[in-house]
Design a protein around this ligand. Sequence first.
Ligand code: 5GP
Ligand code: ZN
Length: 110
Amino acid sequence: MEDCLFCKIAAGDIPSKKLYEDEQVVAFYDIAPQAKVHFLVIPKRHIPSAAALTEEDGALLGHVFAVIAKLAREQGLDNGYRVISNVGEDAGQTVKHLHFHVLGGEKLPV
Ligand code: 5GP
Ligand code: ZN
């Protein structure tokens, strides 16, 4: 989608510190980390938020969470981590392309 920051990052048009990429998803470090380890996992396809997901996206979501589990292991997050997806204004979603924050590497505030 034109004028979408994360579509541009997925396409490589805007640089990012990528940890992982395949035909369906990209993972990259957050530019303003809120924990010792903070990366984002996004589908390459433009989906505005989790509110736009349908039953047809089940396989994609399974893949996203398998990638998150693999990357968390690689990043040494053996003691746990948090996965967050903000939806809409009240949650503070600033980028309108579905993304999953993965936070860890330290004890996170409850
Ligand atoms: P949201 O607030 O929408 O849940 O999360 C958006 C996240 O994207 C924020 O944590 C923010 O720091 C991150 N972000 C915004 N712009 C960029 C960018 O250009 N590059 C990277 N790597 N992260 C970004
Ligand atoms: Zn997009």
